[in-house]
Design a protein around this ligand. Structure first.
Ligand SMILES: [Zn+2]
Ligand SMILES: [Zn+2]
Length: 281
């Protein structure tokens, strides 16, 4: 258990991108009341040029795959989405902030070493991990995936990497070394979902002792969205709370929340500020 210094206030980074599509049209306006807080660091779109250097992209993806993404309309969005994740993790490691929420225009978890799809182009979490390993010698990471769908891209990249614990709540069941899939029924209550998460995530992360926790936060499993499992929008801040407290116990609170699937504007508007508030607690 990490004991925080008296007077230490958690600093949360919010990484914002303007190439994010209709579902996030209400942001950053909806962050009013949060952005003014002294311990919130707001990082806007054009962070660095280039947002992800070519040699870093090549540590995760094949040259052919990068070229195929380059030919899509989402190349720039993908580059800046994953660039935000790389920068968030880097700034946390450097001690500038404690944890972060990253707004993305394209997702992470369906982007593998040599394939992409389902709204995901580059795997930002994998790029952030490659950067932390290369730059700072960090080694062990946990990735929690609460998007409604299986994180096939992330699994493809880390399946044989014993220093990355990948816990994915989806529609299949697997418990093999550092690869874990937790089968979630088509309809589940928040309480049941959170109970499963608590059992499957907390103890494993505590035992694994990662240097940082990444959370693929998809809200598509909310009732009425395209991956519905019947969850209420309040389930996501409760997950955030769990992620934050686990990270506090095992890695001094170092955690990056990455926006993944979900399409409804009203759900985004309701739960994203609450998720961020939980990270700031
Ligand atoms: Zn999804
Ligand atoms: Zn899965």
């Amino acid at each position: 258990m990490t004991v925080r210094q008296p007077g230490h206030v958690r600093r949360t980074g919010i990484f914002f991108l303007y190439l994010i599509g209709e579902r996030l049209n209400d942001f950053p306006v909806e962050l009013e009341g949060i952005l003014e807080k002294p311990d919130v660091h707001f990082y806007e779109a054009f962070y660095e040029v280039p947002p992800v250097p070519e040699d870093l992209l090549l540590k995760v993806h094949t040259p052919e795959m990068i070229e195929r993404v380059r030919q899509t309309a989402y190349y720039e969005t993908a580059l800046y989405s994953s660039g935000g994740i790389v920068l968030a993790a880097d700034r946390i490691w450097a001690g500038e902030i404690d944890n972060a929420f990253v707004f993305t225009g394209t997702g992470d978890h369906h982007a593998g070493r040599d394939f992409f799809g389902g709204g995901c182009h580059f795997n930002g979490a994998a790029l952030a991990i490659a950067n932390l390993r290369e730059r700072y010698g960090a080694r062990r990471f946990a990735i929690l995936d609460t998007d409604a769908h299986h994180g096939d891209g992330t699994r493809d990249i880390f399946a044989f990497d014993e220093d990355v614990l990948h816990i994915c709540l989806c529609s299949q069941s697997l418990d093999h070394g550092s690869n874990v899939d937790v089968d979630i029924p088509c309809l589940i209550s928040d309480d049941e979902y959170l109970a499963r998460l608590e059992t499957e995530f907390g103890p494993r992360v505590a035992e694994f002792k990662p240097d940082m926790v990444f959370w693929e936060f998809g809200y598509d499993g909310t009732a009425g969205d395209y991956g519905s499992r019947g969850l209420t929008p309040d389930c996501h801040p409760a997950i955030a709370r769990l992620v934050r407290s686990s990270a506090e116990e095992v890695c001094a609170g170092r955690a990056v929340a990455i926006l993944c699937g979900g399409s409804r504007r009203d759900i985004a508007r309701y739960c994203i500020p609450k998720v961020i508030a939980q990270l700031m607690e």
